[in-house]
Design a protein around this ligand. Structure first.
Ligand code: ADP
Length: 575
């Protein structure tokens, strides 16, 4: 019992662990697929934002290239100022550039749209590149404008080839950024030092993650107090995705999927931070749903098995009770059989003493006669008398043998019984009473023996009960007392009927009930002692043979009892 309980507790625990593992798995798979989707969307968002930035900056780059070919610029560099200031100012206004500068090959600023300061650009990386004949590109927080700027420096070639100066377009990064500030997702662009120089979240500007080693050939530089540390912790998953947990940022997700896209055209890297909280919520929901479904199924399964178990236990208890009861009933039944027999014996004892008395008397007179005849020398008549004596003695022996067999508790099982023989034995026992009460017995024994399945003594008991009941019913009746006995085969079975010419059954429905009797105890104690057990015992006996007993009133008067029995198997019958 304790073990079974332990087993169940273990099973429940194992189930819960399995559910936990399963829902964790479901949650994990859900999280991964949500991250996949997030990554896809994030990549296209990042590509879009990057395209927008490079496209925007590209306009200024082209502007620098176009102006570099402008004749007025060439003239200015050739020492002939033909209204360059006006051209630069007008162009800057129309294109939204912060400033446009014309610088000589020596790095001296010859003209500017803002018309301010003549500083030297010699040595600045963007200028040196333009001086080399390539497009110079640079970003910095410009002291002169007090802002973040992007510079494009286009070389101006002289007619005969060499570089004679450069046009520098200064772009206001703030103005470029303004269009997509606050847009989703969080996007920023970092330079070779890993510093966020452009972003749609202004608080991310100038933040730098700690880098193991800044590139040696870095051309940008920042004043030390401008940069701020970007506190993040990276978790990289097996697919190479990295999720950053970010500290102390209000408008940046606390946990975010990090994506990056190199943008060589502007010498920067586009980076995006995608909030993973929705993906986590979704995964949690999926895991919760999986767990709930499993738990619901589990609970149902548990209840079902519990119910089956209780049912099975109840069944076992019931079967045990039925078995015990059956044993009790079987015992009671066999006791009843015996009691019934004893009662039948009691009924018969009067008749039997008469039955034995009669031949005894006859034997005495035959013996006396034989003696007399012997004295007279008539030996042949004496021998005749002695023969009669022997026959009477044999008959008495038969009666006693039948009685002994009847009184004995039958332990034999089912055999093949000769029905005619059983009827004959009963008639022999009841013969004396029949003669005394003037009962006519009609019994045409069939020519071929009819054998049935049953027990010999028990079958005799049934027939005896039917015959004595019939005699009891007709007792004292002053018209024809007749008992008709018939045995025949019907549809592979055997039918025995006992019919009398008595008053019939008072309550045909109740005659097989134990202790149902209409008989009174008679003062002389002969026969009519009405225990009410005879028929109920007979009923049980016939049923134990697999047969059936019925009693009804005959339409022409009197009661008819029919006993249907299984015929002996053909093989045994033949044997
Ligand atoms: P008992 O003979 O001790 O009364 P039985 O069980 O043998 O018990 O019979 C029950 C009752 O059935 C009888 O008391 C009687 O009323 C009725 N009965 C049985 N056989 C006959 C019959 N042949 N004719 C009329 N009544 C009968």
């Amino acid at each position: 019992m304790l073990n079974a309980l332990k087993l169940r507790v273990l099973a429940v625990a194992a189930f819960l662990v399995a559910v936990a593992v399963l829902s964790l798995g479901v949650g994990w798979v859900g999280y991964m697929s949500a991250l996949d989707q997030l990554e896809q969307r994030g990549r296209s968002d990042l590509a879009l934002a990057s395209d927008r930035l490079t496209g925007e900056l590209g306009r200024y780059r082209e502007l620098a290239v176009l102006l570099a070919d402008h004749p007025v610029v060439g003239d200015t560099l050739g020492g002939n100022d033909a209204g360059i200031a006006g051209l630069l100012r007008e162009t800057a206004d129309k294109t939204g550039s912060l400033d446009i500068l014309v610088v000589s090959a020596a790095g001296r600023e010859l003209a500017s749209a803002s018309g301010e300061g003549a500083e030297t650009h010699a040595g600045a990386p963007y200028f040196e590149r333009a001086n080399d004949g390539a497009m110079g590109l640079y970003h910095l927080v410009h002291d002169r404008y007090g802002q973040r700027t992007f510079l494009f420096a286009a070389p101006v070639f002289s007619d005969d080839g060499p570089v004679m100066g450069a046009v520098i377009v200064v772009v206001n990064v703030d103005a470029v950024e303004a269009v997509w500030r606050g847009a989703r997702p969080t996007v920023f662009f970092t330079d070779e030092l890993g510093v966020a120089f452009i972003s749609n979240r202004s608080e991310l500007l100038f933040m730098a993650r700690e880098q193991a080693q800044p590139p040696r050939n870095a051309t940008v530089d920042y004043a030390a107090d401008v940069l701020r540390p970007f506190m993040t912790h990276t978790i990289t998953d097996r697919r190479g995705r990295s999720v950053w947990s970010i500290e102390g940022q209000r408008y940046v997700p606390r946990e975010a999927l990090h994506l990056s896209l190199p943008l060589p055209v502007i010498q920067m890297t586009g980076e995006a931070l995608l909030d993973v909280a929705p993906a986590q919520t979704l995964a949690r929901l999926q895991a919760g749903a999986a767990a709930a479904i499993c738990l619901a199924f589990g609970a149902m399964l548990f209840l079902a098995t519990e119910r089956r178990r209780t049912l099975a236990e109840a069944n076992i208890r019931l079967e045990a009770a039925v078995e015990a009861r059956t044993a009790e009933l079987t015992k009671a039944q066999s006791d009843l059989v015996q009691a019934g027999k004893l009662s039948a014996l009691g009924q018969m004892s009067a008749g039997i003493s008469h039955e034995l008395n009669q031949p005894l008397m006859a034997i005495r007179s035959y013996a006396e006669n034989a003696e007399a005849f012997l004295e007279r020398g008539k030996t042949d008549i004496a021998a005749q008398n002695l023969g009669r004596i022997a026959e009477l003695a044999r008959r008495m022996g038969r009666i006693i043998r039948n009685l002994r067999a009847f009184a004995k508790q039958e332990s034999e099982g089912m055999t093949d019984v000769d029905l005619g023989g059983a009827i004959n034995a009963v008639l022999e026992i009841t013969q004396a009473r029949a003669k005394a009460s003037d009962v006519e017995i009609v019994w045409d024994e069939p020519a071929s023996a009819i054998t049935v399945r049953g027990g010999e003594v028990r079958l005799q008991q049934v027939v005896l009960n039917l015959v004595t009941n019939a005699m009891d019913a007709m007792e004292g009746q002053n018209f024809a007392q007749r008992i008709e006995i018939d045995a025949k085969r019907v549809d592979g079975r055997v039918e025995l009927s006992v019919r009398d010419t008595g008053p019939g059954l008072d309550e045909p429905d109740r005659i097989f009930d134990p202790f149902y009797s209409t008989k009174q105890v008679t003062s002389d104690g002969t026969g009519q002692d009405g225990m009410g057990l005879g028929l109920s015992i007979s009923y049980g006996l016939v049923q134990s043979f697999g047969g059936m007993i019925r009693g009804r009133n005959h339409p022409l008067g009197g009661a008819v009892f029919t006993v249907t029995l299984d015929a002996a198997t053909a093989r045994e019958a033949a044997a």
